[in-house]
Design a protein. Structure first.
Length: 368
């Protein structure tokens, strides 16, 4: 009897304890769900940024490697960098033929201007210097009717088509200019062209190489990108590594214009320069607002190559002192000597860029 009473008392105590326990209310559950949802949304917002940063770092590393490979290819190309026959003094490279002329307004790369390539749809329309076949992206360098060499697009892809299990991911393009022999004027401190040539017989050649990731929305069949990039011009399956519309805006589809492939080439932009109000540094570049590609210049991380051959990176965007215009904060800043030299030769300041932010840019000189 006593044992039964104890059991009943214990059961009563347990029931009383459970009855005093308080469960979560509906409001508390809803608040917890909202907090969890906010955390997941924040994580979802951060994740793509992290992935993009990792991809950017990876592209920079691989792009630098591709740029060095391109430099090695150009330096090792006998038709471009050295005499074709060292024993024949009349034999010379394409660059030597282009740059050995006296300086004038009609010769190739006058006053050291960058040659980004004449955009042509046929070699019949090509001119002296760099030419880009718009439908294929192939580069042709022409010094005369008998001095010509080409750098096909397929040779500028990395990895090269059909050479590994990895499809091509990058393509490189070039601009070139003559590096004139100049002397420093003691009075004005401005470099002026020295008409006397050195013992190499003329100016050297400077090359700017832009490495870009290929378009991300290329639709290729089951045979892959290597097959699409190497098809003959005009075939339905033929694709370009980089497509652009008629004014040069990227289409990201390896086509460009709907009816015909159109390659995305290196572009130019005119600009003015403004000093930082606090530091005085000439680091505020104001691009021509009338350019149809202005939006592609105003990208943080964009790379610009000026007429001095310096590579400058857009670090941020700011409003100019006059207001209404967006200034690009560049690194490294320009210096007054560089600007004075350019203004002595040209009416405007100019830089090269690609609509797509390049993975890497390199500038180097080939002594002919």
């Amino acid at each position: 009897m006593m044992q039964t009473t104890n059991i009943k008392s214990l059961a009563s105590l347990l029931r009383a304890s459970f009855s005093r326990s308080r469960a979560f209310s509906l409001v508390e559950v809803l608040i917890s769900i909202v907090v969890l949802a906010l955390g997941l949304v924040g994580l979802a917002a951060v994740f793509p940024v992290v992935v993009q940063q990792q991809r950017s770092v990876s592209d920079s590393i691989q792009g630098a490697s591709v740029e060095r490979s391109a430099e090695g290819l150009l330096r090792g190309n006998a038709a471009l960098s050295v005499r074709a026959n060292p024993l024949d003094t009349s034999s010379s490279s394409i660059w030597r033929e282009l740059a050995a002329e006296e300086v004038s307004s009609t010769v190739w790369s006058p006053a050291g201007t960058w040659d980004t390539g004449l955009f042509v749809n046929s070699l019949a329309n090509a001119g002296r210097g760099l030419n880009i076949l718009s439908t294929t992206g192939d580069i042709f360098i022409i010094a005369s009717s008998t001095e010509l060499t080409s750098i096909p697009t397929r040779e500028r892809l990395n990895p090269a088509p059909f050479t590994s299990r990895t499809e091509p991911r990058f393509v490189w393009d070039i601009a070139a200019r003559r590096v004139e022999i100049r002397r420093l004027d003691g009075a004005t401190r401005i470099l002026t062209v020295d008409r006397a040539r050195d013992d190499r017989g003329g100016d050297s050649i400077q090359i700017a190489t832009f490495v870009r990731r290929i378009d991300g929305n290329i639709r290729a069949d089951r045979r892959g990108l290597s097959f699409a990039f190497t098809r003959p011009e005009g075939e339905t399956e033929a694709r370009l590594p980089l497509g652009a519309d008629a004014v040069g805006r990227p289409t990201l589809d390896g086509r460009g214009i709907a009816t015909v492939n159109n390659y995305s080439a290196i572009q130019r932009i005119n600009f003015t320069i403004e000093a930082d109000a606090d530091t005085g540094e000439l680091n505020r570049l104001i691009p021509d607002a009338n350019s149809e590609l202005i939006a592609y210049v105003r990208q943080v991380g964009q790379k610009l190559v000026d007429r001095s051959g310096q590579i400058r990176t857009v670090r941020s965007i700011a409003t100019t002192a006059q207001g209404g215009f967006q200034a690009l904060i560049i690194d490294p800043p320009m210096n007054s000597g560089t600007i004075a030299n350019e203004e002595a030769d040209f009416t405007t300041l100019e830089a090269l860029f690609t609509p797509q932010i390049p993975a890497s840019v390199g500038v180097y000189t080939i002594d002919r």
